[in-house]
Design a binder for this molecule. Structure first.
Ligand code: GDP
Ligand code: ZN
Length: 447
């Protein structure tokens, strides 16, 4: 298809040491020569002056030339590495536009790379994730996905599924008799093994997804305990509404923050209490929903003058309202009013959201408790990947049941086909225009 030649600044905005402008498409060579003179040999850099329409020097730097198809996008690509200031970059970009290039849309370079078969979807997404990686561990996992490990693992699962299907469908088509007992046993055994490996892939992908998006921490407690104030204090800015009226945080507010490079999503929930008007009840319902999905709950209780009996009783009573399977960190807030010592005591962290006392202890407590294994084998994955892995697992389980209960090869074969289709969604082997558009739209311009 005839494509426009696209260009964009590929380095982050601001005053970098160098700035890179990337140009890709059929007119790349012509445009690059008009700006920077003769092209260097393929895949080599050469020092060039980048010139304006009247021959004046706009910038100088390195010109790199990657003739297609051995380039990032699979098309002819040129890169101008200049001095990075926003004004310089902008003038150079304007020049390319005058020469007929158009500005690239978000993720358009990666989309072209995908469409030209230069990368599969998991790698395209890994590039976006690497750019936005919230922590070192997340960046390492993104590199791993970029190198295609995740895609390879999924491809291997698909290959094994294909082998099973070929066996099975050949059996269905050619055998007079249905599969014999022994063959069916072997089939069940193989599906089971495949299921176990799929579950392991799911586990690794889900850890990667948490690294990428951050674990979710929910702040829960009675109205006025200081939940919103605590969120603000942790986030270091006004991320939530703090108010003196009980029950005003009606919706679930959230903030993204980093603790020692670990990304966290912190949700502030409406106070847990019964009654109130309809809007407030809706807030409580959402609070419960958020808590059910949390990785950890910070249970905040207001310190009281009668000290331990009162505070402990209240903690116990709230704890009983929380989902039983989510770990809880009890926090006593407003210690500035009671002069309780700040810090951790028997797993309970005493803080003042107002003065900041005890907040460092709370941070390190959160960090320690939420630590993810930075194992070798984490894949950066997205919700989309997890959903596909989940669906594949459901189909595999159906196949297992069908095989185990002798429900007929056709049924087993159909479930295996569905499992394969779901895995195919991950690498983009099976994909729709719509899904593609959504994925690439999340990229930054210039990527
Ligand atoms: P929420 O309903 O649990 O979200 O509570 P808020 O964060 O809205 O706080 C309720 C009230 O308690 C506000 O007036 C806050 O200023 C106050 N407050 C919150 N934390 C502290 C604290 O550590 N010390 C003191 N003295 N007041 C606090
Ligand atoms: Zn609040």
């Amino acid at each position: 298809m005839p494509e426009a030649t696209i260009c964009a600044v590929a380095t982050p905005p601001g005053r970098g040491g160098i700035g890179v402008i990337r140009l890709s498409g059929p007119d790349t060579a012509e445009i690059a020569e008009a700006v920077a003179g003769p092209l260097p040999p393929a895949r080599e850099a050469a020092w060039r002056r980048f010139r304006g329409p009247d021959g004046e020097t706009l910038d100088e730097g390195l010109l790199l030339w990657f003739p297609g198809p051995r380039s990032f996008t699979g098309e002819d690509v040129a890169e101008f590495q200049g001095h990075g200031g926003p004004i310089v970059m902008d003038r150079l970009l304007q020049r390319l536009l005058r020469l007929g290039a158009i500005l690239a849309g978000p993720g358009e370079f990666s989309q072209r790379a995908f469409l030209n078969g230069r990368m599969d979807l998991t790698r395209a997404e890994a590039i976006a994730d690497l750019i936005e990686a919230g922590s070192e561990a997340a960046a390492r996992a993104a590199v791993r996905s970029l190198q295609g490990e995740f895609a390879r693992t999924v491809d291997q699962l698909i290959d094994r599924l294909t082998a099973l299907r070929v066996h099975l469908e050949a059996g269905i088509d050619f055998a007079e008799e249905p599969l014999e007992g022994l063959a069916l046993d072997e089939l069940s055994r193989q599906i089971e093994a495949l299921d176990a490996d799929l579950a392991e892939t799911r586990r690794r992908a889900s850890q990667g997804q948490q690294l990428q998006e951050g674990l979710t921490l929910v702040i829960a407690g009675r109205p006025n305990a200081g939940k919103s104030s605590l969120l603000n204090a942790l986030a270091g800015r006004d991320a939530a509404i703090v108010t003196e009226l009980a029950g005003t945080t009606r919706d679930v507010l959230h903030a993204h923050l980093h603790i020692d490079g670990m990304p966290l999503r912190v949700l502030d929930t409406a106070g847990l209490r019964d009654g109130g008007d309809l809007v407030e009840q809706e807030g409580v319902r959402r609070a419960r929903q958020a808590m059910a999905d949390a990785d950890r709950i910070l249970l905040v209780v207001e310190d009281s003058a009668d000290r331990d009996p009162g505070v402990q009783d209240e903690m116990e009573s709230i704890r009983r309202e929380l989902p039983a399977d989510i770990p809880v960190t009890p926090v006593i807030n407003k210690i500035d009013l009671t002069r309780r010592p700040a810090g951790s005591d028997g797993g309970v962290v005493a803080v003042s959201a107002l003065t900041g006392a005890g907040l460092e202890t709370l941070r390190s407590h959160i960090r320690g408790r939420l630590d993810l294994s930075d194992g070798e084998a984490v894949f950066i994955a997205r919700r989309r990947h997890l959903q596909s892995l989940d669906r594949a697992e459901v189909s595999l389980t159906e196949a297992r049941t069908a095989a185990a209960e002798g429900m007929g090869e056709e049924l087993v074969a159909e479930s295996l086909r569905q499992a394969q289709e779901h895995l195919g969604e991950i690498s983009g082997a099976v994909t729709t225009e719509d899904l593609l558009g959504k994925i690439f739209a999340t990229f930054c311009i210039g990527k």
